[in-house]
Design a protein around this ligand. Sequence first.
Ligand code: NAD
Length: 509
Amino acid sequence: MALKDEKSPGILIKERNTDKDQNISTVKNYINGSWIPSIGTETVDIINPANKKIIGKCPLGTSQDADGGVKAAKEAFKTWREVPVIDKVQILFRLKTLLEKNFEDLSRICTQENGKILAESRGDVRRGIQMIEMACGMPTLLMGKSLEDIASGIDCHAIKRPLGVFAAVTPFNFPSMVPFWFWPFAVAAGNTFVLKPSERVPLTQIMIFKLIEEAGMPKGVLNLVNGSKEIVNALCTHPDIKGISFVGSTPVARYVYETASSHGKRVQALGGAKNFMVVLPDANMELTVKTVFESCTGCAGQRCLAGSVVLCAGETYDILKEKLTKKAKEINIGDGLDPGSGIGPLISEDAKKRVKALIQSAIDEGAEILIDGRKDVDHLNGYFLKPTVLGKIKPDMRIAKEEVFGPVICLAKTKDFDESVKWLNSSEYANTASLFTSSGAAARQFSYEVDPSMIGINIGVPAPMAFFSFGGTKASFFGDTKAHGQACIDFYTDTKVTIKRWIKDSGIW
Ligand code: NAD
C-alpha cells in the first residue's frame, strides 16, 4: 500500500510498522506560497486506522507558525482584494479540473488516513469539489443591491466587500470536504485564508494544497498550518483575524466560539450531534431499514449526521429489530481500500475504547444487546468494531444522550409520533432528525416541530448541498451564520452602503 509523497503527487511513500518509524516524512506548512517546516518540534503519528501503520507525521505547530500564516494572508489581502472577481474564480475553475484529474488518488489518501471505505471517500472528495463549483458563481453571489431615488435625487448602493483574513479549524471525519465548506467562498469573495486541518488526517489537504498551488493561487492568499491546540488558540486570539470557522466536537466548538468572539471575531462553530430517526407504521419498511442502517453505520458511524437512536413508533419496533439485526450480521468490515469492505475502522484506539465503553454503559443501564459488535474484532490489526444493535433504549441512558461516533444502532420503542418528537426535542443537541413515513401531513408536522435544523423525510443523512447552508442549533452550533450556501456570503463580507447625491450644473437635481 502506498501514499503520494507531499513533495510531488507523483512519488509514493511506503507505509511502515509503528516499531520502525524512521524516515517517515513530517508534513510541512504552506505559507506565503512556500512549503516550510513547522517551528514546532513535537509531532503526532498519522496512522492508517485499518492496519495501524504509520503513514506520516504531523507537527504540533506553534503560535509562531500560526502568526506566519496570518501575516502572509494579511499582506496578500492588499492585492488580492483588488483582483476582479471574474479573475479570482478562474483559479477555482482550474482547481476543479485538477481535482477531477486527481479524484481517485485523493479518495485513496482519504481512505488511508481516515479509514472510511473508498466509496465514502469518493463522496467526501465529490462534496468538496461541489463547493468549488458553487464558489465559481461568486460574481453573481457577491452582487449587492441598489435603489434609485430613496429621496428626491438621492440613490443608494449596497455592496458586499471582503473583510481581510479568515481561518478554519476542521475535524478528522471529512478530511477533504469540510475545509472546502469555507475557504473557496472566503477567497472568491476577496478575503485571504489560513486553514488548520485535523492533525490526525492532514495528508488529504497536503495533496489538495499541491493542486491549489498548481492552479495558480497567488502566494499568501491561502495558507496551511498544521498542528492542534496551540495553533487554534493563536488563531482565536490573533488581532489580524476577522473571522473563524470551526467544525469538531461540542466542547471545543463552544470554547472556540467563546474565545474567538470575545476577541472580536465573527465565529461559526459547528459541534457534535445526537441524531434521532423516527419510524412511523406507515413507512415503506424496505427503504427505511436500508436507509437507517446506512445512516447509523456508514463511515463507521463517524459522521455528524449519523443516525443514532431509532425511535420506533408502535409495531415498527419488532420489524426494525429483526431486519436491522440481520443486516448488521451480514455486512463485512475491513480495510476501506478492499472493495469487499462495507464498513471501515474507527479513527483510533481511543475512539474504539470509548465506543466500547458506551455500549457497555447501555447494557449496564438495562439495554438489550441484540448484536455485539465488540466481539471477534480483537484479532484484526486495525481499530475495527462491527455494527452493534442495542434494544430497549430509554431516554435517561447515557447512550441515548451522548454522541457515540461509532457503528451503533440504538432501538427504542415509542407510543407514537408525539412521544417520539418530545423525546428528540429533549436532546441537548439539534443537528439533524429524520422521519420515515408515507404521510405528507406527518412529514410537515415533523419539520415544523423538531428542533434540529437539517431534516430528512425518508432520508437518513440529510446533508445540505453546497448551494444550501449547513449547520444545526442548540449544542450542535454556536454562532448565527451557517456554513456554505447563501448564508456564507454574509459571513465573509461586510455590506457597505453608499448614499449618493450629485449636483447638476444647473443647480440642485
Ligand atoms: P475535535 O473537536 O477533537 O477536533 C476538531 C479540531 O479541533 C481539530 O482540528 C483539532 O486539532 C482541534 N482541537 C481538538 N482539541 C482542541 C482543544 N482542546 N483546543 C483547541 N483545538 C482543539 O473533533 P474531531 O474528533 O476531529 O471530530 C469529530 C467531531 O466533530 C464530532 O463531535 C462530530 O460530530 C463533529 N463534527 C461536526 C460537524 C457538524 O457539521 N456539526 C461536522 C463534522 C464533524
